[in-house]
Design a protein around this ligand. Structure first.
Ligand code: XLS
Ligand code: CA
Ligand code: CA
Length: 446
């Protein structure tokens, strides 16, 4: 069936992307990403677990709030929506194979058109899932995570799990059920819940207590269903502070952790941290990764970047090496990202409308994170930050510091101590020195 969709390969003019090393000037080659190269006892590809985002790569056509589509894709000329959907599957697997990407992620609506009824939507989905499954078996490409889109359709104008309308809550639940069934069938390693429109525009019309309680009720149903069907993947929540709503309930990692603990859900969910969402929350990417990691909640990563001057969710391909180094530093510190991975939740710019641009974008993102991995690995191996940090806090390993840590003293004891000790041994934080060392690791690492 698949061979009859296109007469030739979709990306026939584009070569298979291979590693050529740093000195290569070939735009269709990796300069840093060498899938099988061993770093710290593991191939690069297993550290990075790159995934393709189906929606930005295969359904995005270059629209923005001011403009119509700019991108003409070969699959879009296939006629009816189901043929287009099938063409996308064939093109997507060819694309991933050419780049050597082993995982992908998708929302239900990315892969199949919505029908007039839920039943028809489900039928459409399963027809496409059959083809996806066939392609997965043929290529060995795997599903990093599945999810549902409960935010685009007009029925979700007031939210999904936090909608004021119970029948919308029910519809969102039905969609999640179907998407979880599909994710399980395709061997998905995670299931993502991004809050979509779970938030508010104005408090004048919002019962925040009921909405947050309902959100938790919804997540409990997700956990119960996971157990009911025996889905063994990791459940992930993706924090985002705003956009589309003025305030999203999943604001950032700290907010989500507080919410989960409040409702007794903290053991069930980890975080899918997105770089652009971190910056929208006024944090660095590393801050969000770090907060998730130290709380045992770093599950997976949406590796993109925003434009700090534009200030909205631009979902650009990551090319900032500094951010990539510090992100991979957090990943290595946690001992790896599996069963999560690095999903490029990123889209090419509206004016980058040619198919080649999709390849250049992924090559740029994969090379940036590959170099980030190399640098972060060396930084940790040389204990550059570890030794400094250890020394910086050494006052807590003996004397009064140890008593504080061991819970042996209270305010009165410390009052007595402080009366006798005002000889504070303060040392410089050496920020600039450390920044300069990190820079030299970036410059010198091949
Ligand atoms: C939107 C989110 C979305 C999730 C999946 O801003 O990043 O793409 O990753 O629903
Ligand atoms: Ca985003
Ligand atoms: Ca995302």
């Amino acid at each position: 069936m698949t061979n009859t969709i296109f007469e030739e390969k979709v990306f026939k003019n584009i070569p298979e992307i291979k590693y050529e090393g740093e000195s290569s000037t070939n735009p269709f080659a990796f300069k840093y990403y060498q899938a099988e190269e061993i770093i710290g006892g593991m191939p690069m590809k297993d550290h990075l677990r790159f995934a393709m985002s189906y929606w930005h790569t295969f359904t995005f056509k270059g629209t923005d709030p001011f403009g119509l589509p700019t991108m003409k894709r070969e699959w879009d000329s296939l006629g009816n929506p189901m043929s287009i959907a099938k063409g996308r599957v064939v093109a997507a697997f060819e694309f991933m194979q050419k780049l050597g990407i082993e995982y992908f992620c998708f929302h239900d609506v990315d892969v199949a058109p919505e029908g007039q009824t839920l039943e028809e939507t489900e039928r459409n989905l399963y027809e496409i899932v059959d083809l996806i499954e066939e392609k997965m078996n043929e290529t060995g490409i795997k599903l990093l995570w599945g999810t549902t889109n409960a935010f685009s359709h007009r029925r979700f104008m007031h939210g999904a799990a936090t909608s004021c309308q119970a029948s919308v809550f029910a519809r969102a639940a039905a969609q999640v059920k179907i998407a979880m069934d599909i994710t399980k069938r395709l061997g998905g390693e995670n299931y993502v819940l991004w809050g979509g429109r779970e938030g508010y525009e104005t408090l004048l019309n919002t019962d925040t207590k009921l909405e947050l309680d309902n959100f938790a009720r919804f997540l409990k149903m997700v956990v119960n269903y996971k157990n009911e069907i025996g889905f063994t993947g990791q459940l992930l929540i993706e924090p985002k502070p705003k956009e589309p709503t003025k305030h999203q309930y999943d604001f950032d990692t700290a907010t989500v952790l507080g919410f989960l603990r409040n409702y007794g859900l903290e053991k069930e969910f980890k975080m899918n941290i997105e770089a652009n969402h971190a910056t929208l929350a006024g944090h660095t990417f590393q801050h969000e990764l770090n907060m998730a990691r130290i709380n045992g909640a770093l599950g997976s990563i949406d590796a993109n970047q925003g434009d700090l001057l534009l200030g909205w969710d631009t979902d650009q391909f990551p090319t900032n090496i500094y951010d990539a180094v510090m992100a991979m530093y957090e990943v290595l510190k946690q001992g790896g990202i599996a069963p999560g991975g690095l999903n490029f939740d990123a889209k090419v710019r509206r004016a980058s409308f040619e198919p080649e641009d999709l390849f250049f974008a992924y090559i740029a993102g994969m090379d940036t994170f590959a170099k980030g991995l190399r640098v972060a690995y060396r930084l940790i191996e040389d204990r550059i930050l570890e030794d400094f940090i250890e020394k910086r806090y050494e006052s807590y390993s003996n004397g009064i510091g140890k008593d504080i840590i061991d819970g042996k003293v209270g305010l009165s004891d410390l009052y007595q101590y402080a009366l006798k000790h005002d000889d504070f041994k303060l040392a410089s934080g050496r920020q600039e020195m450390l920044e300069s060392i990190v820079n030299s690791y970036i410059f010198q690492t091949k």
